[in-house]
Design a binder for this molecule. Sequence first.
Ligand SMILES: [Mg+2]
Length: 416
Amino acid sequence: MFALIDCNNFFVSCERVFRPDLEHKPVVVLSSNDGCVIARSNEAKLLGIPMSAPLFEIRHLVKAYGVETLSCNFELYGDMSHRVMNVLQQQYKNVEVYSIDEAFLMFDANLDWAQEGEKLHRHILQCTGIPTSIGFGPTKTLAKLASIQAKALGVPYYIDGTSSYHHTLKTTSVSKIWGIGAKLTKSLKQHGIYSAYDLMTIEPSWARRNYNIIVERIVQELNGFSCMPLTLIQEPKKSIQITRSFFKPIRDEEILKQAIARYGFRLSAKLREVSQKTTTLFVYAQNSPFRNETSVFHQRTIVLTEPTNSTSTIIGHAQEAIKYFFDPKVAYHKIGIMAVDLRDATQPSTRVLFDKPKALARPDIDKVMDTLNKRFGLGTVRPLSCGESIEWMNKRDNKTPAYTTNWKNLVQVKAK
Ligand SMILES: [Mg+2]
């Protein structure tokens, strides 16, 4: 039997752990630059605030109902996610971390799911402060559907393909099924398939003929035949990208270089975190697609002679790229750096014969930097090339402190 643990309104729940005053209030979390809604509390959902709504479109609701609008605080969400997953991993052997706020577990078929679910919910809440919805089923697809039901009911839920759960499947839209996106939903509806039940009752071979093997598997899974095992080992990433848009356009080469240094710094730290090195960097910059200007997209690809994850090497190449394509006439809106062709950093790399003497590689400095930043918060120690000023960085007017990852941001309690 599979279980899906889904954290309720995750980003909002993380904020509420440290801001209990936000409990029972409508709260939304905004994307970087405070642009669009990326998470909503139940109260905000009830007000009719849709997901991805731009802030300016919901201003009237915010004002009328006193909706708390928070800037995203990914440092906090990442750390809270880590805590939830840790609680699961301490208790169970088979845990698949599926996303920042979801994990699959596997149990014996004869598990007392109601009791186990209740216990698990209480335990996660006690250890982390995060409320969860827990769904059980003989397949991952059914467990995921059950978690939606669990969220609505406020208690763990179980679904299998038997007739006792047909009513649940009949009232669940096909669009709620894991793996069925908007395009597929539209196409299925044209074939008269509206609910999870409708999809369950079609011929798997028909699904394969008209769609593909994935849809066929979903049909099988809805019928209780497990086709998707737990993925316990994370696939190594194929590429890593750091990209951001600026709060206001930038025309200054030095500031652009500082920005790319910051992203290069984060990219190299990420590569080291997953024990990978890159041989190819892709650096790009563009102007705003929303302004009435001819669109500009500059890019430079850098192929390195040897795989690297060194901060100084990556920043050096990234800044060179900016110097190469910078145009003072362009108002830059967004820049990014991507590392492709990733290699396992633990494998020795083949040396290039007769290569020029290597620039000073500084694995020891990188190691010290990673240790300090992990302990005291990202960016505590960073290369000087990243610059001091952060005016160009994202607009985050209402960001809450990094309570759990920065000593300076610890919650202060005053006793009267
Ligand atoms: Mg969730």
